[in-house]
Design a protein around this ligand. Sequence first.
Ligand code: COA
Length: 249
Amino acid sequence: MERTTVDVDGVRISFLKGRDVPLVYVHSSGCDARLWLKQLDAIGGYAIDLPNHGESGRAEINSADDYAYYVAKASERLLDRAVFAGHSLGGAVVQKVYLNYPEIVKGLILVGTGARLRVLPELLEGLKSEPEKYVDFMLDMAFARRVPEYEWVRDVFSKNVEVLRRDLEICDRFDLLEDYRSGRIRVDVPTLIIVGRDDRLTPVKYAEFFHRHIEGSRLVVIDDAGHMVMLEQPERFNEALGDFLKGLL
Ligand code: COA
């Protein structure tokens, strides 16, 4: 699949590119743009490699806001306004893109993510002390079904354990729960929320929380899928994506 790259403050940012539609996908902790291959094939759009991931360059990143900066600046070079889809950590990042750069956001797609993303302390610790064992632990939590991509994700995680662990620390610090609850955050772009019914890392109640607090949002719960819902049930996932995008793009 084709790639396109842009430069943001001297950092190379690489995207996998499908059909040219204004849709930007942001991957989850320790992953890269290839997470979205099935969506790029079927729907099109641009999947970013976040800094320090895949084929993008190195940058100092300490928060979802830092990632959002690179996503927003890089996307602006390619597209005018776009729909932003994010998975897990990527979902935290696209919420920050919306809050910090609302002028470039046409819509949001929140996949297996939350308004707060606390991480099991055992997982954060274990990835330091016994990385192999805890990569397996994380994979068991992430997949409800053994799909062929399981081995690919294991390989990416295993080769980038420290990147994965740092991403999970960023998730652990991400917390907008009270801002949604109090009404300080009001999302007023069309929003689709997708979650796998058996997601153990970001359970369905996180998605229901968004649905309650984002007026007019659409919630799709996909059966027989866990956290890696776009890999586990690509056809149903793409159908939900396609329906939502009709009339938006
Ligand atoms: N949306 C809605 N509600 C949320 C939420 C979200 N994103 N995040 C937390 N909450 C709720 C919880 O459901 C809980 O409500 P309850 O008391 O009614 O059950 C409350 O807020 C407090 O939860 P939390 O902040 O998660 O703290 P905790 O001390 O109860 O649990 C963990 C901490 C790490 C054990 C827990 O967050 C967990 O199991 N996380 C999932 C596993 C994981 O590591 N995921 C990685 C995500 S990238």
